[in-house]
Design a protein around this ligand. Structure first.
Ligand code: NI
Length: 170
């Protein structure tokens, strides 16, 4: 596994559409491993392939406090959303910032796992938010496009206060 460079706001690749994955080739498995490593290292709860410069529909998410529940979603697609939640959101591609975004409180997603087996994932609250945020990345949409009001600065201290999470080794 290796850390990949996270592209940041202003990088044109973040605005592009991603292509479907037809087959999980070895280099895409490697990409998934690297994305997980990169997400955990950066203390993030989600990362989409375009954030590391790859225009493929691949997302990793882990909203657990322990960092031991990685979700790998290939070609994810929102099937259903309902309810509403308004809360702070941040993105590894927009370092040291946060902003308020209204999202659906429930999301149902169809995706494939790394073995290209179809699955359906349902989430509420933070997981629903992460699913919507990461799926947006696959069509070039960032949370800053949806933020209500101004972006706020977050300090290094805010980040240090988060519980340290284990890095998943596979
Ligand atoms: Ni993001």
């Amino acid at each position: 596994m290796a850390l990949r460079t996270i592209r940041t706001l202003g990088d044109e690749i973040l605005k592009k559409d991603c292509r479907d994955v037809a087959e999980m080739k070895p280099r895409l498995h490697q990409l998934v491993d690297d994305m997980l490593e990169t997400m955990y290292e950066a203390q993030g709860v989600g990362l989409a392939a375009p954030q590391v410069g790859v225009l493929r529909k691949i997302v990793v998410i882990d909203v657990s406090e322990e960092g031991d529940s990685p979700l790998v979603l290939i070609n994810p697609e929102l099937l259903e959303v309902s309810g509403e939640q308004k809360g702070q959101e941040a993105c590894l591609s927009v370092p040291n910032k946060a902003g308020v975004v209204t999202r659906a409180n429930y999301a149902k997603v169809r995706a494939f796992n790394e073995d290209m087996e179809e699955m359906v994932i349902e989430g509420e609250g933070l997981l629903a938010r992460a699913l919507q945020h990461e799926i947006d990345h696959l069509s070039g949409v960032l949370y800053v496009d949806k933020v209500e009001g101004d972006l706020m600065d977050t300090t290094e201290e805010d980040i240090q206060e988060r519980p340290k999470r284990r890095r998943k080794r596979r």
